[in-house]
Structures are given as structure tokens and as C-alpha cells.
Design a protein around this ligand. Sequence first.
Ligand code: 3MF
Ligand code: MG
Ligand code: MG
Length: 345
Amino acid sequence: MMSQFKFSAGPWNVHDGADSYGPATRSSISLEEKIEKFAQMGFDAIQFHDDDAVPDINELSEEEIKEEAKKVKKLLDRYHLAAEFVAPRLWMDPHTSDGGFMSTCKEDRDYAMWRAKRSIDIANELGADKVVLWLAREGTLCAESKSPVWATQMLIDAINEMLRYDSEIKIVIEPKPNEPIDRSICGTIGHVMGVSAATIDPSRVGGLLESAHAILAGLDPSHEIGFALAMGKLWGVHLNDQNGIKYDQDKTFGVENLRQAFNQVKVLIENGYGSNGEYVGLDVKAMRTTKDEDSYKHLENSLKIVRALEEKVAEFDYDLQKKLVADRDFEGLEMYVMNLLMGLA
Ligand code: 3MF
Ligand code: MG
Ligand code: MG
């Protein structure tokens, strides 16, 4: 069965294996090589950080940044790939050690806004209509260091400035409850909906749900996806997996929580996700032990698992489900789902 989804991935999904505790274990791969391989693997679109597209962004003028982005657009065209979004990488620069939009230092906030506006410029050059905000350091390391009320308002003000800067761009918040900060300001899809409603144009502010981030918040990703879909605000997903509430693992989709993975695919399909051009994005990391020649395995495996679960959804017996629900036979329904997933149905 062909997938009914269009898929996207980011160049950061293929990485050298370095982590906070040790150096690289694989050689690094150029952007062009990754893009060529993504096209071969059947991806339809690429997700970018601003500096994935324009590596020396801090050293370049606004015009030079657009010129660099045009070269990346040519590269995408060569492989018939679209650009899904651009995300300002606001967590690497010394200016953002205590956050960007909600840094307590005005100079840092101005820097963050400069990067956000450059991300909008790059998105326009690449033909992407979305800027994604993963609010990595937007929160507190020390609870008393900033007021959560002030910080929330700073985020709303920053989004308003982006909406005013470009009359078309959509701002998509990717919430995460913690890591690398202690406490986030905008940790779940529910928070995203609140922030969206408080901006000058809620119709252009939505959410991207990452499975692992929902699990880190102690929530079921399929319900977070469902909540955003009910609000008409699910404009992106980062499917992956996570073994409980610990550091962010970005594991291959479905390898830890198969039933939850099935329910994520099921809720996406049932609600026609993708019919407005949305992509099923993957945000997965290879293990540190993975060898050079297997650098793309975790992406291949995630695609395989999404497709296999699409088939399971196609097999799902909705008449039986209705009957079991009417009988309040949830033991029966649960076992039906388990048998379906175990291939015993
Ligand atoms: C972090 C993430 C990030 C974001 C990406 C785009 C490395 O937990 O999930 O991936 O998805 O930076 O915003
Ligand atoms: Mg993640
Ligand atoms: Mg992500």
C-alpha cells in the first residue's frame, strides 16, 4: 500500500553522533548529499533551521542571506523537493544563553527578533509558508530569574512582531515542557492554543506536535494531536518516540510505544491530516553506536513503521469497534487492538 501522507525530514536528523557526553562517532555529511538521499528515500519536503540553509547567518547582511537562501532553493528544485518550514536556531548563540524572546537582556531579545525575521526572509526565498518556533531556552533555569507572566507576554509580543513583519507567514510553535531549560513557558499544545489566541492574528499561529515532547509532558501524543486537530491548528508533526519521562530521545517512530504510535497515525488519518498540504515530519536521531553506512537507517525504519501502521489503520474494523463500545466491552476492544498490532486478528 502506498502511503497517503507526504513526508518531511530535517538535515539534523542525519548527524555525527556527538552528544553532551562525548564526541562524534560518524563522519559528517554535506547538506547536498543529505538532500539527494532524502529525495531518493521518498521524502517530499525538507525542514530547515535558518543556519542549515545559511550557515554563516551572523556574518552576512540581509541581502547576502537571501542570496544564500536562493542557492538552497535551486538545490531543492534540482531534487524536486519542497521546503516545509524554517526554524530560527535560537539556542546555540551566546546571545541566547538565557533565552531569546524572553531573555532578561534587551540586546539578546533584539538578536532573537533579528534571527526570527531572517528566518521569515529565508522561508520566503525557499517557498516555505511557515516559521517553526521550537522555544528551546524560553523558560527558566532559576525559577525566580524571570516572571512567567512577563515571559509569556514577551513571547506574544515577539510573535506579533513577526506577524506584522510579513503579512503571509504562519508561525508554528513546537512546544516542549523542558530540556534544555528547567521549566518551559509554553510546554504543550494547550499552551500553544492560548498563545495563539492572544496574538494579533490567531489565524496565522498554530502548532507542531512532536511525539517525544508530549511524552516528556506526561501526555499521550495522539491526544495532543487530536486536541490540535479539533482546534484546526495542527500544522505540523514531528513523529518520533521516547522511553518515558527522561531526556529527549528522538527515537525511531513507534519503537517504544507501538500502540500510541498506531493511535497517532489513526487520528491523523481519521481527520484527513495532509489534505491542506501538511507533511508528516519525522524528527528522529540515530543511536550513537550507529555506523556510517547506517546513517539514514532510523529514518528508513520510521517511514516503514508509519506505512505499516497506515495499513493497520486501514484494517481497523470500525463496525466491530462501534459494537464493542455500545456493549461497553473495552476489554474486548483493547484485545482487538492488541491482536491487530500483533498480527493475530
Ligand atoms: C528539539 C527538537 C528540535 C526541533 C527543531 C525544529 C532538533 O527537541 O525537537 O529538533 O524540532 O529544532 O524546531
Ligand atoms: Mg525532540
Ligand atoms: Mg522536533
